[in-house]
Design a protein around this ligand. Structure first.
Ligand code: TPP
Ligand code: MG
Length: 1012
């Protein structure tokens, strides 16, 4: 039997060109194998076979135009067994095996389900002025208590929900509050107890506290300009220690490791612990914040500066929370794609309460809940203070965060009060204590901890006779000892235990602490705590006594570190704990295997001329990616990332081909299901379709770009975005990505101030290359032709993913369609493309007057056209250079110049620019679709007259032609400026320039575009 394979529904397109035949007559194919590639003026897409069998005949050839229903192939010997879409592709299978061999089966932590002895619930009737019938309230509460006792919390919760629903249906449109009372989420009866040795842990914590403070004080004593923070870690020490001693599992050959995002300015605490663990020595602690010489400790977590220690740069507030969310999401992506095993790894992120005001901190919490990221745990250290003062003096940050996170669908665990409060709360029969807790604002809580027990008695407990009575038998000292939850290892342990067992949603632990805990007068709970970096002798003595650090007065005066003997119980304990948890944290390692760069022939078709066929470099890129998806090494590792612009870039073909990642698969039949580019969501989908969320997309890119260290698997993220919404939108993330040593491609599509015509001022990018140039390990290119793109991309794959260089690529692509020539045969062309420039054309007919034209991106084409006019109409020769990267040329120039200045007695080296242009004739005119500063970058490295044109000023919507005229980068201006430059150099008479100005109707009185 023979079947006919027809062109399927390809959307709104008709007469689409066949650009590739992917099969031959006589070939056996399977269902879903791609058979031809077709291309409209915007996108290319592969058509898969809907049958398995042998190809009898092929009815189309390259260049044919096809529409829906046209015959493509005749297929016979039809197999009855279509390829199951569930079959794991071979490449993926190999990857799984690879992952399995390096990561042994997860010894799942089976936590014994603890039988919780439930305390009999008591009725606490919270006094409420608004209560018009306390008797009735009491009856309702009693009923609820009975339900809890008889049928449990779930049932009680169900009934409450039903009551609220009923009230809502009856018209009581009063929203259900997202807040619970200002007490701990976990009742004492349900606290899981730690099996750690609390005394030893406390001693260890005290030493870490001391050493962390000592390193900051010592550094600042030596060099007061170095700075540092004591108060932040002082408030967070318990939060970290409980994690380090009991929860965070390190990466080793059996397990992938939990990933912990430490709050940036608590770094001294991590160093102090590493010191006790024997990973850092005294000399290193003494070089805190002195990194110029090797061995120094970085101010904050910076993988670039301490690549074997830090994993995640976090200190720029707000980046940590967002990066952590996308890291957790990416971990699930890798699992769902079968690239790593599900070992129950967690992502923990430590955040400041002040930091939560950053829009980025909260900006992605909805995604975390939506994607059910139960591998994610936030710990917000609510010390109630930020840098200048209280986070919410008049309110309650903990309650505010509770409402926000719960509303977003997170599991919220509040850790507000320490164990010393337990008996008081248990005795709060009238509910006045909880009422006071609820009513007291953060400004008061902060002030209380800056004073003393007597003050707390009067201001807090003194508010109501009932609360006053509650503490009547306590001394002021006892009252002062009433601790906050975040300083109580039992409460923190219980919270972490519950958080790490939570299923189906992310968890936030909101812990209340004291900023500068233990610092006494010098900095405990005072507004200046954040900036305190010097402690005088009295303060240090106080700190030592407060935490029982075994140092003599003299040792305190010398600000000595304290490290117990190797065989001491503390050191043995700390090491044993980490051994149990698999190793040290933080630690940055990589065991990822390189990806072999694809063979050159995969790019061969991009080295041919496209003839008359016009296409944009964005299209060429998408075509190239389609080709790469056929390379068995590269294909599974590609991570295409798009913030809702796939159709803009002609990438909708990817939806069907590799699917959109969706952790729940696709629960609906898409509206366009009959079409070839239907919106296909799948659990193992490859495309990360991020929605309109550049910061999130960039966070995904960073997660994938650092996969080689965080997951030991090299991946190739390719994030395509509107170039204007790239660096200037997410610049700080790009900087963090660079610090993290992310490897991958950033593609600034629809680039160029005059190339993206109609979109106007906010869209037209004329400076992203300059922004890219500010990042030292970002390699950027502005190619014009498809072969340039191919050469650059292949080199990028090779350098980053095969040779593992810690760089990343920024490449701009445009949406202007034009024909692409074949790659020049000249052997040095490839080298030139990569180094930043090569000669693309020479006009040498008249041998009288010559000018050098340097152009990049689409403006190169204007230059070529200008050069042709100059030759034809003015008999002026020229050499035209395609500059693929002014940024790279400048970097080379800088390095060579520096070498020459530092080696005055040696032969001068030549910059690459000089090598290219040194012996050429005539002045230089450079232009790009970016600000003049882009091409001006190489001005110091040419020993000739140099002029530049560019698109300085605000963009605006109009046609490309008008925009190029406006910014003076069209061929007419290039001709005119060219003539003017030659006249200025006294190589031709000025009348030619004047004539051109007239001919092209150039208004010489028009102000600079920057002023318009
Ligand atoms: C984006 C950004 N803005 C400002 C700062 C400077 N800064 C460092 S710490 C800090 C206060 C942090 O307060 P919080 O988040 O509450 O942390 P805490 O030290 O209280 O734990 C500020 C403003 C920064 N690091 N990053
Ligand atoms: Mg704070």
């Amino acid at each position: 039997m023979t079947e006919k394979l027809l062109v399927p529904d390809i959307g709104d397109f008709e007469n689409v060109e066949v650009i590739e035949l992917l099969v031959k007559e006589g070939q056996e194919i399977k269902k879903n194998d791609p058979v031809v590639t077709i291309e409209s003026d915007k996108s290319s897409v592969e058509i898969p076979s809907t049958f398995s069998g042998k190809i009898d005949s092929i009815a189309v050839k390259v260049g044919d135009k096809v529409s829906k229903g046209d015959l493509l192939l005749n297929i016979s010997n039809l197999s009855q067994e279509p390829l199951s879409s569930k079959d794991v592709p071979k490449n993926t299978e190999n990857l799984i095996q690879e992952a399995e061999s390096s990561l042994k089966k997860n010894q799942e932590q089976k936590v014994p389900t603890q039988k919780i002895e439930k305390e009999k619930s008591k009725i606490i009737q919270v006094v409420n002025e608004g209560d018009i019938d306390p008797q009735e309230t009491s009856e309702w509460l009693e009923s609820l208590t009975a339900v809890i006792d008889k049928d449990g919390n779930q049932r009680a919760h169900y009934l409450i929900k039903e009551l609220i629903n009923k009230a809502y249906m009856e018209g009581a449109n009063i929203p259900y509050t997202q807040n619970t009372p200002y007490i701990n989420t976990i009742p004492t009866s349900e606290e899981k107890k730690s099996n750690g040795d609390q005394n030893t842990e406390r001693r260890i914590r005290s030493l870490i506290r001391w050493n962390a403070a000592a390193m900051v004080v010592r550094a600042n004593k030596k060099f007061p300009e170095l700075g540092g923070h004591i108060g932040t870690f002082a408030s967070a020490a318990t939060l970290y220690d409980v994690g380090m001693n009991h929860f965070w599992r390190a990466k080793n050959n059996k397990f992938g490791g939990d990933l912990v995002y430490f709050q940036g300015h608590s770094a001294p605490g991590m160093y102090a612990r590493a010191f006790l663990e024997g990973r850092l020595n005294e000399k290193q602690l003494d070089s805190f914040r002195q990194e110029v010489n090797p061995g120094g400790l970085s101010s904050y977590p910076h993988p670039w500066l301490m690549p074997k220690f830090w994993q995640f740069p976090t200190v720029s507030m707000g980046l940590g929370p967002m990066l952590a969310i996308y890291q957790a999401r990416y971990m699930k992506y890798l699992i769902n794609r079968g690239l790593i095993k599900d070992e129950g790894r967690k992502v923990w992120a430590f955040l400041g309460d002040g930091e939560m005001d950053e829009p980025e901190s909260l900006g992605a919490i909805g995604l975390a809940a939506r994607e059910k990221l139960d591998n994610l745990i936030f710990v917000v250290n609510c010390n109630l203070q930020r840098l200048d003062g209280p986070v919410r003096g008049n309110g309650k940050i903990i309650q505010e965060l509770e409402g926000i996170f719960r509303g977003a669908g997170w599991n919220v665990i509040k850790v507000i009060w320490g164990s010393y409060w337990d008996p008081l709360l248990a005795n709060d029969k009238t509910g006045h204590l909880v009422k006071t807790m609820n009513e007291t604002v953060d400004g008061e809580y902060q002030a209380m901890k800056a004073r003393n027990g007597l003050y707390v008695r009067e201001k807090f407990f003194g508010k109501y006779p009932e609360t006053k009575e509650l503490v009547s038998s306590l001394s002021d000292k006892d009252i002062w000892r009433l601790n906050r939850g975040g300083h109580d290892p039992h409460k923190v342990f219980a919270a972490y235990d519950r958080a790490s067992k939570n299923i189906g949603s992310p968890t936030v632990v909101i812990a209340k602490t004291i900023k500068g805990y233990g610092m006494g007068k010098s900095g405990e709970s005072v507004n200046t705590t954040h900036q305190t970096k010097k402690l005088d002798i009295d303060d240090l003595m106080y700190y030592r006594d407060r935490f029982d650090v075994p140092l003599t007065d003299q040792q305190v005066k010398n600000i000595e570190y304290y490290k117990p003997d190797q065989n001491s119980p503390e050191i043995k304990y700390i090491k044993e704990r980490r051994l149990q948890l698999g190793g040290f944290i933080p630690e940055r390692t990589t065991y990822a295997k390189p990806i072999k760069a694809p063979s050159k022939d995969i790019f061969d078709n991009m080295k041919e001329s496209t003839g008359k066929k016009e296409m944009s470099t964005t299209m060429a890129l998408v075509r190239m990616l389609t080709n790469l998806l056929r390379d068995k090494n590269v294909a599974p590792r590609l991570v295409p990332i798009i913030p809702d612009e796939a159709r803009t870039f002609g990438m909708e073909g990817f939806f069907q081909k590799i699917g959109i990642y969706a952790h729940e698969g696709q629960k609906y039949e898409p509206e366009d299901s009959a079409q070839l580019s239907s919106y296909r969501e799948e659990k193992s989908g490859q495309v990360l379709e991020e929605g309109i969320n550049e910061a999130g997309a960039m966070s995904s890119w960073i997660a994938a770009g650092t996969s080689y260290t965080n997951h030991d698997i090299e991946m190739i993220p390719i994030y395509l975005f509107y170039s204007m919404f790239g660096f200037q939108r997410i610049g700080d993330f790009a900087w963090a990505g660079a610090d993290s040593q992310s490897r991958g491609f950033l593609i600034g599509a629809t680039a160029g101030r005059t190339t993206l015509a109609g979109e106007g001022l906010q869209h037209q990018d004329g400076h992203s290359h300059l922004l890219a140039s500010t990042i030292p390990n970002c390699v950027s290119y502005d190619p014009t032709f498809h072969y340039e793109l191919a050469v650059i991309f292949r080199e990028g794959l090779k350098r980053m993913h095969e040779k593992k260089e810690n760089i990343f690529y920024y490449i701009t692509t445009m949406n202007e369609n034009y024909p692409h020539p074949a790659m020049p045969k000249d052997k040095s062309c490839e080298e030139g493309i990569l180094k930043g420039m090569y000669k693309i054309k020479e006009f040498n007919k008249y041998k009288k007057t010559k000018i050098q034209f340097l152009g990049s991106g689409t403006i190169l084409r204007e230059m070529i056209a200008g050069a042709e006019i100059l030759q034809k109409e003015y008999q002026i020769d020229s050499e035209v250079w395609s500059v693929t990267s002014f940024n790279e040329l400048r970097r080379d120039g800088l390095e060579v110049e520096r070498y020459n200045l530092l080696n005055p007695d040696k032969d001068l080296k030549k910059s690459y620019v000089e090598k290219c242009l040194g012996k050429t004739e005539g002045p230089i005119l450079a232009a790009s679709d970016y600000m003049r500063m882009n091409s001006d970058q190489i001005r110091p490295y040419v020993n000739k007259s140099f002029y530049s044109l560019g698109t300085d000023g605000f963009g605006r919507s109009d046609t490309r032609k008008n925009l190029r005229k406006f910014f003076e980068v069209d061929k007419e201006h290039i001709v005119t400026y060219g003539l003017s430059v030659l006249a200025k150099e006294q190589l031709i008479a000025s009348k030619y320039a004047k004539e051109a100005i007239k001919k092209y109707k150039i208004d010489t009185n028009k102000p600079m575009p920057t002023k318009l």
